[in-house]
Structures are given as structure tokens and as C-alpha cells.
Write a new protein. Structure first.
Lengths: 735, 220
């Protein structure tokens, strides 16, 4: 094949099609000392893309705290790693797959799960839990049903088949996502702390090995490439959404873990975004070496593939490894056993360049440094979001109807319809299933468990990015605390609009400031993450959505708490203060149809004091029933506990604050716990002694939820029917 | 008691099954790879759940034709207690060891949750530790658990006590809400629910335990 006929003159249009600015193109000319060919231009364009280079976000991400004594590996590798003692390590990360999921929800979501699994097992972990954070447009939008159905089926289709339980997540609806849904997938894996694999290539002459699926033309960066002008053969155009094969991924997991049990691997990296290019460049860059790849040896699924296509393909279920010399046969035998492709495609060199051979000729030769270290970095202009005032939010016309509408509405209703499509029990270590505050997954063969939660409240981030950023971190910390676990570290997935608009960049900078502040105050560092910008449709950005995935440790998993009320007659105790903060609340939005005022303030010192107190109660075995208070306020939390426990509650609240503000206010740092009367008195005394604001607000029992003798009075069956019914009914209805 | 768990490419409940067997019987089962032509003599064979061969072609169809199945069929026909759970059940029907077929769930969606089962026959090697008509809680997790047989076979299965477990509600469209059936001899059981997932009370129940205790009791 004569590839020269596919070469084009690099005109300003071709540069622009690749998403590169004129300045960036000049940088390429400087780095190479000559004009790039098409393959090289394609490689620079993906390596310098926002997705791979973090060029708009890097200077701000550097401000996040990433260290703690239990952090084994922070950001910069495929995933973050924390120590959970006894020689065990937890490896985890969250990543977005937003745009593909909007175009093709099943495959977009499925390959999002597949990609994040690879990020985790490439470091030597067996994946043990999947989580996600999903955002869809308004339920009334004509595409929402289709997107929700497809995304959920895709997440399930992939996770169920690879046999990794999907143990929880969050799902919200807001019109700002109408044209740009968010699909953020998180995976958590378990490794031995002394058997972790990194991506830095080493050893001149060592073989570079390709394993997994064959390379096809799927996923070639169509977003920036008007490929009609690239090849004259329009048959070769492919959709830009990758297609996943979870069966191959399952085999790849087993084969990689089997090889990792030997000492044959020097370095390993999955082929994710920008495929073969980014994996080889990252491995070479980290190791300070060069790579010579012979593209003719790349296993190919389609005929006549060009270097450009092989380098930019995002075909799924592929890994790149550097092996110790002479270990090829041993490794190959393992991959053959699992019926996977195995090919030595190159070697490590001293050149410091990425060199590509095709048809016996060098068709690309670029300094690795120029692809990584010389990538542009921008300090984009940003303007802070104006502060909102605290406002008075009026009471509803009908209190009962307002409660029903909230807990039976899209944002607070039961997500059972979603998680029953996920195998959340495979691997037989799921101790708390979806629907609680945090998922609890036992460390196999031990009495330890990890707790995992994903959270963010985009309404707050929009109203006040700094407070919203703090709140997102605090809420995962609180959810992990509510099951009795000690929060250890987070991953994040920062979803924002167009960073070239100063107000969007202002949201990003503000959220990160809040996020960092909360991480520092709670000793809860960031160990991995992902940035997804340009989430916009027709010039309107999504709500700023820095999704946080937190992980905590339960040293004794028998001492834990869960949401359901468990005993008639238990006292219901509120930890934390009722302030009645209704600005930017769910109540305000869903019942009054407004979004105004300052969101709830996050006092991190109080957050920590209250959380440490609650965790201590659970870990001492004094409390087995606990729920954090978040969206929808106190009444929503009471309803969750009553529905889950099939046991009602009667609540009495003081009149110091308007009752609707007490019920729906989203004041932070609060938990509800339930305990038998005697234990409850003890808990109250201890709380007072610790300086924690505490109040006994009611009792478990009966078949109703009542507040202040009739201010709210709802039959539990009716509440359950509404809460459980919204989503199945919505999905059944036609548009 | 000596057990074997057969492992196919894409099996993903093999470890869960092995853990449950070991917890109840006290001994680790042999893990047998699908390419083996034979394996040592055992008292109990389990085909675990998962997505063998990615459910490509038809669930269980490719696995049913793997090397190891020749040995499994021979042993099962000779009377060795053989259990197939979920994908294992699908493999047993595809291998012709059990009647019927597992079709796509009637609601066309994957379903994972605890279900209530009635023990219809407590007089088999798999159920002797349950009481007749006992109601037990066992999780399901499948996309293709809609059990179908023709009318004549259905009547025979029902009449001969081969229907061992029945769902208390219609969760997937199975005929007569059948959740588990045996062969005529009663030594081969296929079931969609996962007893191995509820052996340890820390996971929310232990109604699956008695199934493995039954096998242990029947081996003696």
C-alpha cells in the first residue's frame, strides 16, 4: 500500500480540523524542525488535546492535596492507590464517557466501564466494585428515556458480563444536561501493596508487547477530524463511538493478573483515549526512553489500515506492556490460553523519540518530550461566580403534597429500576447493596470492608462553586461515615462547560478551590481523577459537576450501620443543627420552580466533628441505623429510613424555625441515627459532652410518617408507592 | 467430599461457587478448566454462573460443546450429583442433560435481586436439608432466565417432582414460574437463582447454605 497517496498538504484548514490552533501548530514545527506528516499531526493533535494534556486544567489541578500517609500513589498514574493495611491496597479512579454516551448510550456507557476497569487492573488490581455518577436532562425532554435506558443497559451489560459488581452510584436529572448527559464510571480494585504495576518503560532493547483485541478503525478521533477529506474512500468512515466486548475484557483481566503473578512485566499500560499513541508515549515519557514500533506487527481487525488510523484508533480491550527480555514465550502462553492476541510490536530505544515503522519505512519520528512536556498549558481567564444572598424561601401550599412530590419525584425517587439491572452481588462480597448511603464491599477472605460513595450537588456548584466544591467532597465523606467507615481518599471527575468562557473557567477554579479546602480539612486527599470540559450544547454549559468518588475503610465490617429503621420504639436522633437553609435546595427547585439564594454553607470543622462522633458510635457497636441528610432535607431522610425499614416514624420539631425550613432545609453536616431508648440517652449525653449539637426528634413505629401531630401525616404505603413508582412508571410511559 | 467447579472462559461465579462449597463442606473444590478432557473422580460437580463465551451465539451453547463437557456428561449420566447455576443451568440444557431452554427474560431486562422461592421437592440430593414447601430467599442475576418447555414435558416435570424450586412471583416469564429443575433421575439440578451468593449471613442471608448441606448429606 502506498501511504503517500493519503498524505495531504498540511493547510490551516487541516490543522483546524485537528483541533489545533495556529500557535500550537507553530509549536509542532518548532519541536520537529520541519512540517509533520499526517500521522504525526494526528498524534500531536491527540496528545495535545484537552483530554490527554489537561492543558486548561493542569495549573489548577496542581493545587489539590494529594498526599497522606496512606497514599501509595497519587494522580499521574493510571489510577490512585491507597494502603488499607495488612499488605492490601485499593486502586481506584473515576472517568467520564459523556459525549460517546450521548451519541450511542449503550456502547458509550459500556466502554466507559470497560475503560475504567482497565485503568485499575493495569496496575495489578483485581477489580472488585463498579460505581457510577449519571446525569440526564429533564425527564420531559424527548431523548431522556432513551438515554437513561441505554446507559443503564450499557453499564449493566459490561459490568455484569465481566463479573464485577456494580454496587452503587447516583443519578440526577436537570435540563442543563438535555444535550449533554454525563456518564462517569468509577472502578475500585484490590491489589497487594507489594505487587503494583506502573507504566514507566525501562530497559533499552526490551520488547514492547501488544495484547488483547485487534485494532480496528473505531474511535478514531472523529470529533476533530472531518474525515471525508482524509481518505477518498468514504467506505472507511466509521462511527467515532467505540464498541465494547466485555467477554474479551474478562479474559484480559484474567490473563493480565495471571502474568502479573510472575515477574515478567517491566511496565504496563492500558490503551485508552488515543489508544496506541498515548499509551506508548506515556510509557516512554515516564521512563525517559524512546519507542520504536513496527506498525505492521499490530494485530489488525480490518484491511489496509493506515499508520494514522492504527495510531489513533480507540479500539477497546487492548493493553501495552514492556516485558523483561526472554520472557516473551512465557507471557505469550498465558495470553494464548485465554485466546487473546499477543504480538511483540517494538522495542525500547535510546533515541527519546517515538518512531513508527510501516512497510519497512519510518513514517513518524517525534521527540517524546515534545508530545508530553512541551504540550501547551493555558492559564485561561476566569471570572468568579457572583455571590448569592441568603433568601427567605416560602412555605408550600400543602405540606403533605410537597413531601410526596419530592420523594416521589425524579431526583429523590428510588433508583431500584436502575440497580436491579446491575449485578451488584457477583463476587459474593457485597455487604451493603445499592440504595444506602455508601456501598460496602468486603475485602475477600477478611473481615475488613471498603465503603464507596459517589456524590456532587451541581445546583450548589452553580450557585456558589466554592461552597459546592466543598459540599461534594463533604457529602461523600459523610456517606462513607454513615456506614461506619473511615474516609481515606477520593477520585474525581470534573465535568464542566467550555473553558474558553471566563465564567465557566471561573466555575472550574471555584469548585477546585472548595474541593481542595474540603480535602485538606478532612484529611481526604485526591489520588486520581479526570477532567471533562466542553460539555456544552449550543453555547449553554451544563451545571458545573465535579463528581467525587470517595473510598473509606471499615476495619471490622461487622460494626456497620445502614439506612432502614430496624426496631419499633427506637428513638430518632438528629446529629447536627437545624438551620433551615433552603437556598438552591431541591425543595425550592421542585416545589417552587425556582433556583435562587445561597446554597447551604459547609463548615468543615463541624462536618468533621459531627462525622467523627457518628463514626465512633457505629464502630463501637452502639448504633446500627444511620442516614446522612442531603437532598430534600430531614423529611426525605426520614422517609428513606421508614420505607427501607417498613416502619413509620413520628417526629416532633421545635418551632424556632419555620417548619417547612426544618423539614426541607439542606443544612450540612447532619445525620439521623436510631437507637433503643436507653442507648439513645447515652448517645445524647456523649454528644453533648463532645460539643456535638444533638436532638431527640421522634420515635420509630407505626405505619405512618407524622410530623408535629398532623403538620405532615402520610401513610407509609402511599409514600412507598410514590417513591418506588416514579421511575418504572416514567420508563414505561411513551414520550 | 470432593467437588469440582468447571471453569469456562467468561465464567464469573466460579470463585463464589468454590467459596460456598468450601464454607459448607470444608474442602476446596478442584477448579477444572474447560480445555481439560478429563478430571479426577469427584462426588459433586458444579457449573457456575457467568457469561461463558460472552453469551455469544446462545447462552451456554458454545460451552456445552467444550472438551470438558464430554467428561461432565459421562459423570452426570453415571449419577454424580451435578449442579448448574444460572449460566451453568443454560449449559446443562444446551448439553442436553436437562430438558427445556432458557430464553430472554419476558421484560427484556437483566434482573438482579433477592427472590422468594418455594422448595417444591425436598426429597432430592440438593434439597434434603430444606423442608417441603419451605419458602427461601435466594438472589437472581440474569438476562436469560425465562424457562421454556413444551406442554407435554412440562406436565411430566411437574408430575414426576422434577420441579424443585419455583419463584413465588413471575420474575422472568418462566413457565409455571419454574426456577430449578432436575433430570428424571434427580442427580442433575439446573437453577437460575444463585444459592452460592447467600451462604454467608454477612451478605444478607443464608438460605443457600442448605443446598450445599444437602449435597454433603447425600454423599455421606
Amino acid at each position: 500500500m502506498d501511504i503517500n497517496k493519503y498524505e495531504r498538504e498540511i493547510t490551516p484548514d487541516v490543522v483546524a480540523e485537528h483541533g489545533l490552533t495556529e500557535d500550537e501548530y507553530q509549536r509542532i514545527l518548532g519541536a520537529l524542525g520541519r512540517a509533520p506528516n499526517m500521522t504525526e499531526l494526528g498524534i500531536y493533535s491527540v496528545m495535545w488535546s484537552e483530554h490527554c494534556s489537561y492543558k486548561s486544567s493542569k495549573i489548577h489541578l496542581k493545587k489539590l492535596p494529594t498526599e497522606a500517609p496512606w497514599v501509595i500513589c497519587g494522580p499521574g498514574e493510571n489510577a490512585g492507590i491507597i494502603d488499607i493495611e495488612d499488605g492490601d491496597a485499593i486502586i481506584f479512579k473515576m472517568e467520564s464517557h459523556n459525549h460517546p454516551s450521548y451519541i450511542e448510550p449503550y456502547q458509550g456507557a459500556a466502554t466507559g466501564v470497560g475503560g475504567i476497569l482497565r485503568d485499575v487492573f493495569t496496575m495489578g488490581a483485581r477489580p472488585i466494585a463498579n460505581m457510577n455518577a449519571l446525569r440526564f436532562g429533564s425527564p420531559d425532554h424527548p431523548k431522556t428515556r432513551h438515554l437513561l435506558a441505554g446507559v443503564v443497559e450499557g453499564i449493566g451489560g459490561y459490568g455484569n458480563c465481566v463479573g464485577v459488581p456494580t454496587v452503587g452510584g447516583e443519578t440526577n436529572f436537570d435540563p442543563s444536561y438535555n444535550g449533554n448527559i454525563l456518564v462517569n464510571a468509577m472502578n475500585v480494585g484490590l491489589a497487594k501493596a507489594d505487587n503494583i504495576f506502573y507504566s514507566a518503560a525501562a530497559g533499552v532493547g526490551n520488547p514492547v508487547v501488544y495484547v488483547g483485541s485487534k485494532t480496528g478503525r473505531d474511535g478514531i478521533h472523529g470529533a476533530t477530524m472531518a474525515s471525508a477529506e482524509f481518505t477518498e474512500d468514504s467506505e472507511e468512515k466509521r462511527p467515532t463511538v467505540q464498541v465494547g466486548d466485555p467477554f474479551t475484557e474478562k479474559l484480559l483481566i484474567e490473563a493480565c493478573l495471571e502474568l502479573m503473578a510472575t515477574d515478567a512485566i517491566v511496565a504496563i499500560q492500558d490503551m485508552g483515549a488515543a489508544g496506541l499513541t498515548s499509551s506508548s508515549v506515556e510509557m516512554a515519557s515516564k521512563g525517559g526512553v524512546g519507542f520504536l514500533l513496527d506498525l505492521d506487527k499490530v494485530p489488525q481487525r480490518e484491511e489496509d489500515m493506515l499508520p494514522y488510523e492504527m495510531c489513533l484508533s480507540e479500539s477497546q480491550e487492548r493493553m501495552l506492556m514492556v516485558l523483561k527480555p526472554g520472557r516473551e514465550a512465557e507471557a505469550e502462553a498465558i495470553f494464548k490460553k485465554w485466546e487473546l492476541d499477543f504480538a511483540v510490536i517494538g522495542e525500547i530505544t535510546t533515541t527519546g523519540h517515538l518512531q513508527l515503522k510501516f512497510g519497512g519505512e519510518i513514517v513518524g519520528d517525534m521527540p517524546i518530550d515534545s508530545l508530553v512536556d512541551d504540550a501547551p498549558e493555558y492559564d485561561r481567564p476566569h471570572t468568579a461566580t457572583p455571590k448569592r444572598d441568603n433568601i427567605d424561601v416560602p412555605a408550600p401550599d400543602d405540606m403533605n403534597a410537597a413531601v410526596m412530590k419530592l420523594i416521589g419525584g425524579p431526583n429523590l425517587c428510588s433508583r431500584r429500576w436502575i440497580w436491579e439491572q446491575y449485578d451488584h452481588m457477583v463476587m459474593a462480597d457485597t455487604q451493603q447493596r445499592p440504595g444506602g448511603d455508601a456501598a460496602v464491599v468486603r475485602i475477600h477472605g477478611t473481615n475488613k470492608a471498603i465503603a464507596i460513595s459517589t456524590d456532587v450537588t451541581p445546583r450548589y456548584c452553580f450557585a456558589d462553586p466554592v461552597e459546592g466544591g466543598k459540599q461534594a467532597v463533604a457529602e461523600t465523606w459523610r456517606n462513607i461515615t454513615a456506614v461506619g467507615a473511615t474516609p481515606l481518599a477520593i477520585t474525581n471527575c470534573l465535568n464542566f462547560g467550555n473553558p474558553e468562557r471566563p465564567e465557566i473557567m471561573g466555575q472550574f477554579v471555584g469548585c477546585l478551590e472548595g474541593l481542595g479546602e474540603a480535602c485538606r480539612a478532612l484529611d481526604y486527599p485526591v489520588v486520581s481523577g479526570n477532567v471533562s470540559l466542553y460539555n456544552e450544547t449550543n453555547g449553554t454549559g451544563i451545571l458545573p459537576t465535579p463528581a467525587i468518588g470517595g473510598v473509606g475503610l471499615l476495619k471490622d465490617s461487622s460494626k456497620t450501620a445502614s439506612v432502614p429503621f430496624k426496631r419499633d420504639g427506637d428513638m430518632i436522633i438528629l446529629i447536627g443543627e437545624i438551620k433551615g437553609e433552603l437556598g438552591a435546595s431541591l425543595y425550592q427547585r421542585e416545589i417552587l420552580g425556582e433556583d435562587a439564594g445561597a446554597p447551604p454553607r459547609v463548615d468543615l470543622a463541624v462536618e468533621r466533628k459531627n462525622g467523627d462522633f457518628v463514626r465512633g458510635l457505629i464502630q463501637s457497636g452502639a448504633v446500627d441505623t444511620c442516614h446522612d441528610i442531603s437532598d430534600g432535607g430531614l423529611i426525605a431522610a426520614i422517609a428513606d429510613m421508614a420505607i427501607a425499614g417498613s416502619n413509620g416514624a413520628s417526629i416532633t420539631l421545635e418551632a424556632a424555625i419555620p417548619i417547612h425550613a426544618s423539614l426541607f432545609g439542606e443544612d450540612q453536616a447532619r445525620y439521623l441515627i436510631a437507637a433503643p431508648a436507653e442507648a439513645a440517652n447515652d448517645i445524647i449525653q456523649k454528644a453533648e459532652a463532645a460539643g456535638v449539637i444533638v436532638a431527640s426528634i421522634g420515635m420509630v413505629g407505626g405505619d405512618k410518617i407524622t410530623v408535629n401531630a398532623g403538620v405532615v401525616e402520610l401513610g407509609l404505603d402511599a409514600v412507598r408507592t410514590r417513591h418506588e413508582g416514579w421511575m418504572p412508571n416514567y420508563m414505561k410511559a411513551a414520550n | 467430599m470432593k467437588s469440582a467447579v468447571i471453569v469456562f472462559p467468561g465464567s464469573n461465579c466460579d470463585r463464589d461457587m468454590a467459596v460456598a462449597i468450601e464454607q459448607v463442606t470444608g474442602s476446596k473444590p478442584l477448579m477444572v478448566w474447560h480445555q481439560e478432557h478429563d478430571f479426577p473422580s469427584v462426588d459433586f460437580i458444579a457449573l457456575p454462573g457467568g457469561f461463558s463465551y460472552g453469551d455469544y451465539l446462545r447462552c451456554g451453547a458454545i460451552s456445552a460443546r467444550s472438551h470438558v463437557m464430554d467428561a461432565v456428561v459421562k459423570r452426570a449420566e453415571a449419577g454424580v450429583p451435578t449442579l448448574g447455576v444460572c449460566n451453568g443451568f443454560q449449559i446443562l440444557t444446551e448439553a442436553g442433560l436437562l430438558r427445556g431452554a432458557l430464553m430472554r427474560n419476558a421484560q427484556l431486562k437483566f434482573v438482579c435481586r433477592d427472590v422468594t422461592l418455594k422448595v417444591e421437592n425436598a426429597d432430592t440430593s440438593f434439597t434434603n436439608s430444606y423442608n417441603a414447601d419451605q419458602e427461601i430467599t435466594i438472589p437472581v442475576a440474569h438476562h436469560d432466565g425465562n424457562y421454556f418447555v413444551d406442554d407435554e414435558t412440562l406436565a411430566r416435570l411437574e408430575g414426576d417432582g422434577q420441579v424443585v424450586f419455583r419463584y413465588s412471583e413471575n420474575i422472568n416469564g418462566s413457565r409455571n414460574n419454574i426456577a430449578g429443575v432436575t433430570n428424571a433421575k434427580g442427580n442433575i439440578l439446573g437453577m437460575m437463582p444463585h444459592p452460592e451468593r447467600l451462604v454467608d449471613p454477612a451478605l444478607g442471608g443464608k438460605d443457600g447454605r442448605a443446598l450445599f448441606e444437602s449435597v454433603l448429606a447425600s454423599i455421606g
